[in-house]
Design a protein around this ligand. Structure first.
Ligand code: PLP
Length: 387
């Protein structure tokens, strides 16, 4: 089998696993145990990882709050800010193509706390217009939450421009950068990001650990904890830290820092070759997402007259995602593609290719060949397709 679903999750880098192993056995201590060497060893591992993670995004180690993953980070950011700053206002601005972990959190805040949410539209490439952000701001706005890069189509938002507007207006900016961190350079200082969610399992680290970056200076951001307990993570997220996972997360970030540029260069060439092979062999194929402002390892294509699900069934040996199956067991077409104005039929015929650090040239070539064969076969059987 060939794995081309790296937006969903990534295999762990063997170097990451290696770094974690001692923390399951001899260094098993609780990082909060201050009275003995077992605790000190664990704490040392956690603090070294915090530095590695902070360095990758140009933050300070003290600004990293560990969570169970980006879903929790998004919940903590939105709910924590609303609870902390509700006296200043009750309005959030976000976008219509955010991940469910942001959209559903916003919906829950609307339903349970009477928060008002503006869901900004995106252009045909899936990009948020910073001027739309500016125009949506009211004197009740306390948070802007816009994703760095989209998980289906790979479009990268103009976060720096949005950060500038947020700063100008004195409004906090949260960014779900789960798909961007470790893949393209992200600098929370330069981009004016106040809170940022990301996750280890998308960057060749372990599942079950993530982080929320919470700015400490200019301005000092405060969030209300969503879990009561021992007051870990400077009171923002209680619970014994999963030391081995955190150590692995740190190692994964260090490797990304060192290898991100080379990975991106290699994968974008591979991705472009796959795209070119497909468009050369097949007519009626459409690229979804932005032609240039996109993640280097992402390709999302609609194959007209072909059901994405049938295409996946036809090449089962390749792990891919379709624009229908992404969200859930329901066969609703992707709300992300619909938000770009892609019709229901083309949305149903879309496939997401997600390349990764361990993807080989021959795997991509094989995938291209099999996709072309299968699309051709399915179209021959389709009453809608005229040859
Ligand atoms: N946000 C985005 C953009 C994602 O792609 C994902 C993962 O699918 C998440 C949030 C959720 O991340 P996690 O699996 O770490 O909870």
């Amino acid at each position: 089998p060939i794995y081309l679903d790296n937006h969903s999750t990534t295999p762990m880098d063997p170097r990451v696993l290696e770094s974690m192993l001692p923390y399951f056995t001899e260094k098993f201590g609780n990082a909060a145990s201050r009275n003995h060497a077992f605790g000190w060893d664990a704490e040392e591992g956690v603090e070294a990882a915090r530095k590695q993670i902070a360095k990758l995004i140009h933050a300070d180690a003290k600004e990293i709050v560990f969570t169970s993953g980006a879903t929790e980070s998004n919940n903590l950011a939105l709910k924590g800010v609303i609870e902390m700053y509700h006296e200043k206002g009750d309005h959030i601005i976000t976008s219509s193509t955010e991940h469910r972990a942001v959209l559903d959190t916003a919906k829950a805040l609307e339903a349970k706390r009477g928060v008002k949410v503006t869901y900004l539209p995106v252009d045909k490439f899936g990009m948020v217009n910073p001027e739309d952000v500016r125009n949506a701001i009211t004197d009740k706005t306390i948070l802007i939450s816009v994703m760095f890069a989209n998980n289906e189509i790979g479009t990268i938002n103009p976060v720096k421009a949005i950060g500038k507007i947020a700063k100008e207006k004195g409004i906090l900016l949260h960014c779900d950068a789960t798909q961007g961190v470790g893949k393209v350079p992200i600098d929370v200082q330069d981009m004016g990001i106040d809170l940022m969610s990301f996750s280890a399992h998308k960057i060749y680290g372990p599942k079950g650990v993530g982080a929320l970056y919470v700015r400490k200076k200019n301005p000092r951001v405060r969030i209300a904890a969503q879990m009561d307990g021992g007051g870990h993570e400077r009171g923002m997220r209680s619970g014994t830290l999963p030391v081995p996972l955190i150590v692995g997360f740190g190692k994964a970030c260090e490797l990304c820092e060192q290898e991100m540029a080379a990975d991106a260069a290699r994968l974008s060439v591979m991705r472009d070759r796959l795209h070119a092979t497909i468009t050369k062999a097949l007519e009626d194929v459409y690229l979804n997402g932005h032609p240039t402002e996109r993640l280097p390892h992402n390709l999302n294509i609609s194959f007209a007259y072909v059901e994405g699900e049938s295409l996946l069934m036809g090449c089962k040996e390749i792990a891919l995602s379709s624009g229908s199956a992404c969200t859930s067991a329901t066969l609703e077409p992707s709300y992300v593609l619909r938000a770009l104005g892609v019709g229901a039929e083309l949305a149903h015929s879309s496939i997401r290719f997600g390349l990764g650090r361990f993807t080989l040239d021959e795997e991509v070539d094989y995938a291209g060949k099999r996709i072309i064969e299968t699309v051709t076969k399915l179209r021959e059987m389709s009453p809608l397709y005229e040859m």
